[in-house]
Design a protein around this ligand. Structure first.
Ligand code: AMP
Length: 496
């Protein structure tokens, strides 16, 4: 199945339903289909093999996603915040691209000698063109190429084929299940897999999409209120900024029934503050990877409520979990020797299912003989199948032969009232192999010294997990999608 079929189903279900934008003036499902078919004609006429998009999230993004699908070429959304050098570097991995870029980011591509047009120009050409009929190609063709965040390695393009993305939607979303007033606020950038998943699943569910191009907490809250937004998805750094903006007060968003978070580990302190600020909103933790076509495990609103109100420590602990695997996806924990681990035992997570691609452009799929994909996340399942993610295996600090998951130390630091953000990394050391460095951002006006924080960790964890150095910073480096850039911290750590 081609992802354009999801659009065709939405049109067949209700052509006049507003799919994108304001209720009174937005784009209907039928208009979205027509524009996408025109965009497809422009793409085909150009002879391009890929449609590259460098721009913020907005109505043009779904039109290009389906336009590319109808033209039979993949959409390649790229991170417009990258440096000119990095962006032109990414383009070397593309084939005969048609480049579409917001005015603000177009210069880079022009300087690299590429033909570049704005989304507005592409859509205008599309509306004037003779629309194409059906989608071209097979379900096995790439629908989207996504450069992975590259927090630990050079970026590579994950290949998501039509069959992966449609499997994800068909397995996890009920067709036309949204209520007539439902509206989702799309604030995750197009180059993140959650941005792609959001377009497909909300269109299929029949939920109007409202876009916020550049995230800012005040603007996000205003839009939720003014547009009567009923659901939204945020990465942890966005939720942290919303909570901070509210300063302990209530969010006052009566329409917001559902708030999903994911894309990186959610600090527990932020989640607790958010649960207090949004008392009437149902929270969902969504865990997934680019290579798995977005969400593969979910902790839903009922799980959040059950965990919050339970006296059973095992149930309470689930507030820190990523929930259970979604239908159609299996998960397995394996130890270093490949042995499958029982519930409770830690190891690395392997996953399998029709939405799991595990493939990068120019390389064979990284699935084992039985179709399992190695996520490289440290994890365990509890006895009832709840998945706990402890972080990337590559981030493990090995100090004097002992494996230390940074998340464990970060969680303890974050429980100190003076600490707002914390990042723990391993620094190469001749004696220990690696030493532990903690980078800390304190709350405004809070005063704490390094020795106090070291003592705080020592009283909560084993002595060997105490940071050897605590470094105070005004801010920590994150990707726009909320991932901590640990490599950057390692290179700026103090020597002693
Ligand atoms: P990416 O492919 O760039 O989206 O990164 C995927 C990685 O982000 C996963 O392997 C996890 O390490 C992390 N991640 C994504 N969602 C969650 C979540 N809900 N909780 C914890 N970590 C997450």
């Amino acid at each position: 199945m081609n992802i354009a079929m999801l659009l065709d189903m939405a049109v067949a279900g209700d052509p006049d339903r507003v799919a994108i934008g304001r209720r009174d003036s937005g784009t209907t499902c039928a208009e979205l289909r027509d524009t996408a078919a025109g965009v497809a004609a422009v793409v085909r006429r150009s002879g391009a093999r890929e449609l590259v998009f460098a721009g913020v999230n907005g109505p043009a993004f779904p039109m290009m996603l389906f336009g590319a699908a109808l033209a039979g070429v993949p959409l390649v959304p790229v991170n417009y915040r990258l440096s000119a050098e990095a962006l032109t570097g990414l383009l070397q991995h593309t084939e005969k691209p048609l480049v579409v870029a917001d005015e603000a980011f177009a210069g880079v591509f022009g300087e690299a000698g590429l033909d570049v047009r704005t989304p507005e120009a592409l859509l205008a050409q599309g509306r004037a063109a003779e629309p194409v009929d059906g989608p071209e190609g097979s379900p096995d063709d790439p629908a989207v190429l996504l450069f992975t965040s590259g927090t630990t390695a050079a970026p590579k393009a994950a290949v998501l084929r039509h069959r992966h993305l449609t499997s994800y939607v068909l397995q996890t979303v009920d067709f036309a299940s949204a209520a007539p007033d439902d509206a989702v606020l799309a604030a995750v950038p197009p180059y993140h897999v959650a941005g792609i998943g959001s377009v497909l699943s909300n269109l299929y569910a029949g939920r109007r999409m409202v876009h916020l191009g550049s995230f800012e907490p005040g603007a996000w809250l205003d839009l939720v209120r003014s547009e009567g937004i009923t659901s939204a998805m945020v990465v942890p750094t966005m939720l942290a900024r919303v909570v901070e903006h509210l300063g302990g007060g209530p969010a006052d968003v009566p329409t917001l029934r559902a708030l999903a978070y994911g894309g990186a580990r959610m600090p527990h302190t932020v989640l607790e503050a958010a649960l207090r600020a949004f008392p009437d909103t149902g929270f969902t933790n969504a865990y997934g990877l680019t290579e798995t076509s977005s969400t593969i495990a979910l902790l839903g609103p009922d799980d959040h409520r059950a965990a919050l109100s339970s006296d059973d420590p095992a149930v309470r602990a689930r507030l820190r979990s990523a929930g259970r695997m979604v239908p159609g996806v299996e998960g397995q924990i394996r130890d270093a020797a490949g042995g499958v681990q029982p519930p409770g035992a830690p190891g690395e997570l392997w996953v399998r299912g029709p939405q799991v691609s595990g493939e990068y452009k120019g390389a064979a799929a990284l699935l084992d003989g039985e179709g399992w994909f190695h996520t490289r996340d440290l994890a365990h399942f509890d006895a009832e199948g709840y998945l706990f993610i402890e972080g990337r295996a590559d981030d493990t600090i090995i100090r004097g032969g002992e494996n230390i998951a940074p998340a464990e130390v970060e969680d303890v630091l974050l429980r100190h009232t003076a600490v707002r953000e914390a990042a723990v990394v391993g620094i190469p050391d001749e004696e220990w192999g690696e030493r532990i460095a903690a980078f800390v951002v304190t709350h405004e006006g809070a005063a704490v010294d390094a020795e106090t924080l070291r003592a705080w960790v020592r009283t909560h964890l084993r002595g060997s997990k105490t940071p050897d150095a605590v470094v105070f910073r005004d801010e920590l480096p994150y990707t726009p999608t909320g991932k901590l850039l640990r490599r950057r911290l390692v290179t700026t750590a103090p020597d002693d």
